[in-house]
Design a protein around this ligand. Structure first.
Ligand code: XMP
Ligand code: MG
Length: 183
């Protein structure tokens, strides 16, 4: 998609495509080092983490298994409700597996706090978190994140998997959404 088509809906590009891909390659190397000699199941959180998962997974020079979960905590608005529902569960039995959750963004931390404890109850060998973006100023729950792409300001952002009402996910960069779009 040509960014000029949606320029009017965006106020600022916070992270460029090149910055994202460079950072994900660094994170993939770090993850490979940390999981050397261990099998690894990466769990992407639908739908936002699709782009992160695709680029991260293809940066690995090792085998990984991939699975997906879909959870809902937002409805169609821009505020986390804290009430998480499983829309699609894992296909994989994760007991005794090393699980790495791949997320698009951590905002309040409510979704991941819930997800980590849900997965922990299934007795995996380990559970860690990898997120492309985090908003430190929005945190309501401290989430122990092992791999963080970028800390960004507490503003609603779209692109690279992140949506507003299902739009803008296919944008290659991450940008702030103009208030006129959602107000
Ligand atoms: P919490 O607040 O539970 O939120 O950490 C995590 C989930 O909320 C979505 N989210 C966003 N989606 N732009 C988006 O398009 C944003 O700025 C944003 N902040 C949070 C996202 O789905 C994430 O998994
Ligand atoms: Mg979302």
């Amino acid at each position: 998609m040509d960014a000029s088509d949606i320029d009017k809906d965006l106020t600022e590009i916070l992270v460029t495509e090149e910055q994202i891909l460079t950072r994900l390659r660094e994170m993939a190397e770090e993850i490979e080092r940390d999981y050397e000699g261990k099998d690894l199941l990466v769990v992407g959180v639908l739908k936002g983490a699709v782009m992160v998962m695709a680029d991260l997974a293809r940066s690995f020079s090792r085998h990984v298994e991939m699975d997906w979960m879909a959870v809902s905590s937002y409805g169609s608005g821009t505020k986390s409700s804290g009430v998480v529902r499983i829309l699609k569960d894992l296909d994989t039995d994760i007991s005794n597996r090393h699980v790495l959750i791949v997320e698009d963004i951590i905002d309040t931390g409510l979704t991941l706090t819930w997800l980590v404890s849900n997965l922990q109850s299934r007795k995996p060998a380990s559970v860690e978190i990898c997120t492309a973006f985090r908003k430190p100023d929005a945190a309501k729950m401290a989430v122990p994140v092992k791999y963080i792409g970028f800390d960004i300001p507490d503003e609603f952002v779209v692109g690279y998997g992140l949506d507003f009402a299902e739009k803008y996910r296919n944008l290659r960069c991450v940008a702030t959404l103009a208030p006129h779009v959602y107000s």
